[in-house]
Design a protein around this ligand. Structure first.
Ligand code: PMV
Length: 347
């Protein structure tokens, strides 16, 4: 298991002399169905995981992140948020902690944008609650900027809203419609309808297995775009992923987790054929299979993480670790961005 670096509310003694004024946390995410195809308007389902990122802020003489000066190149999301909310305000020292591994497809950068955005918005407008629509729109823009203009709002909306989030190019019958997101991508205008669903609870777990191989999302997404451009008939594969995602979504809404697992494994076959899996992912997926209801890669693939749906998290986790993966275990659907410490008398 990945060791938790830090748990619970930030302690003031780790922040230096000044007390923590505000702390906010946001969850990572895991995609159950529909990655890559969602970029082309097919439905996709993502889940907020238990692993969270926490940011705490205390007043300081200059802006800093974990003891280093705030740097636009290193911290583009934080700089943009600072300029939006607190450009002329009191400088802050930010401390970031949590247990979402970075650059592994679990949405750590969207969680950072969500948590920092919520904390800064609270400092700027302590009288207002979290503006989830505005915050997820901002986090989506930041993701799109980092992925050369190709990003669905999946990470941002799941981290901000929590629970289980469904994206599609149309309003779906299942779930509560939240908002529409639009983006101008190199391949044209994109639109997503974002929904939240609340599947029936059951004794099932997600085990995430990290290959430790870094494969940038932008590269994977560009590879699929290239494959479709050179052979447009491959759009059928994208549509097939959409069909499986829709079936998986219906099973999730019914609480039929056996059928959810089956759809996940079918989704994996299609992702493998699309060319976005890897030998490392395949080996962890194979290791999980005997104790899981279903398993697939999650996120952009090529490396990063796989996810198994299981009723036996300990056995599944051990099997994945024996095959060389590092694991995290999560229930399905966790709280979205939240303020963990707030203050109403900001200097
Ligand atoms: O690698 P991640 O977790 O950011 O997921 C990427 C999911 C894609 O569908 C491949 C891209 C996107 O923006 O939806």
């Amino acid at each position: 298991m990945c060791k938790k670096e830090y748990e619970g509310l930030p302690r003031e003694d780790i922040m230096g002399e000044n007390p923590v004024l505000v702390a906010a946390s946001a969850p990572g995410k895991c995609i159950l169905f529909g990655e890559h195809a969602v970029v082309y308007g097919q439905p996709a389902v993502a889940v907020a995981i238990e692993q969270r990122l926490t940011v705490s802020m205390s007043s300081a003489l200059t802006w800093s992140v974990d003891g280093s000066a705030l740097d636009e190149q290193k911290h583009p999301h934080i700089t943009l948020l600072r300029d939006t909310w607190l450009k002329h305000g009191q400088p802050m020292a930010l401390h970031v902690s949590g247990d979402i591994p970075s650059a592994s497809g679990l949405g750590s950068s969207a969680a950072l944008s969500a948590a920092v955005g919520a904390a800064m918005h609270h400092l700027a407008h302590p009288e207002k609650g979290i503006d989830r629509d505005g915050l997820s729109a901002f986090a989506h823009r930041a993701e799109a900027h980092a992925q050369q203009g190709r990003a669905s709002p999946m990470d941002a909306s799941t981290s901000v809203e929590g629970g289980v989030v469904v994206l599609s190019d149309r309003r779906e019958a299942h779930g509560r419609w939240l908002y529409t997101r639009r983006l101008s991508t190199p391949e044209g205008e994109r639109r997503w309808e974002v929904h939240g669903i609340a599947p029936p609870e059951d004794d099932v777990y997600l085990v995430l297995g990290n290959t430790g191989v870094h494969a940038p999302t932008a590269r994977q997404v560009a590879m699929v775009a290239e494959a479709l451009k050179s052979k447009p008939s491959r759009m059928q594969e994208i549509q097939a992923i959409g069909t499986v995602a829709r079936r998986g979504l219906a099973a999730l809404v019914d609480g039929d987790y056996e059928a959810v697992g089956h759809a996940m494994s079918e989704n994996q076959i299609l992702l493998r054929n699309l060319g976005v899996s890897s030998p490392e992912l395949e080996s962890l997926i194979r290791a999980a299979a005997p104790t899981a209801l279903g398993a697939k890669l999650t996120g952009a693939g090529g490396g990063g993480c796989m996810v198994a749906l299981t009723r036996h998290p300990k056995q599944t986790s051990e099997a994945i670790e024996l095959a060389g993966g590092r694991t995290l275990v999560s229930k399905i659907g966790n709280t979205g961005v939240r303020l963990d410490k707030r203050t109403d008398s900001i200097p």
